[in-house]
Design a protein around this ligand. Structure first.
Ligand code: SF4
Length: 165
């Protein structure tokens, strides 16, 4: 399915981008399995294409593993922790959503014409700025995830953003 292939390409590009961020700023990034921070402790929303990718990933698991995840998902509260988080690790890590792949890293977003860069407060503590070419721009990701069929020539843009993070 073309949409899913495009989504996989986007994930590969996001992972590469995040890898480059870690290459440059690894010593300032504390994200790790079992982090006591709360990024997976609150509910997240996913786009339909991401939910579809979860469903496909479940098909690759044993019936016992898949039913364990479905059971946890049925018990989950809309505003509780992610039901895929168990013992500090993600049960579908390889198929995690874009927000989970990028959370904690510098992300440029725009609201009411105002741009800002956000990142986890546990990261980048000793830094006063982050290079513009290591900041993830949220808009193209949302555009693709919201309307994957309409996007042609998928590419994460290297942004031009001079303000210090
Ligand atoms: S984003 Fe923050 S809370 Fe989440 S794993 Fe990274 S450091 Fe921990």
């Amino acid at each position: 399915m073309q949409v899913l292939r495009d989504y996989q390409k986007l994930i590969a590009e996001v992972d590469q981008f995040c890898y480059e961020i870690r290459q440059r700023y690894g010593k300032y990034i504390t994200c790790k399995k079992g982090c006591p921070g709360n990024c997976c402790q609150r509910h997240i929303t996913v786009f339909p294409i991401e939910a579809f990718a979860f469903a496909r990933a479940l098909l690759q698991l044993s019936p016992e593993q898949a039913s364990h995840i479905r059971y946890r998902a049925r018990l989950a509260s809309s505003f509780g922790p992610c039901p895929l988080l168990e013992d500090g690790a993600c049960l579908l890590y390889g198929s995690r959503a874009i927000i989970c792949r990028t959370h904690g890293y510098p992300i440029l977003s725009e609201y009411n014409g105002h741009q800002s860069v956000g990142y986890c407060h546990k990261n980048f503590k000793e830094l006063s700025s982050v290079s513009a070419d290591r900041i993830i721009e949220l808009a193209p990701l949302k555009i693709f995830l919201g309307k994957p069929k309409k996007v042609v020539g998928l590419k994460l843009r290297r942004i031009r953003y001079s303000k210090s993070a």
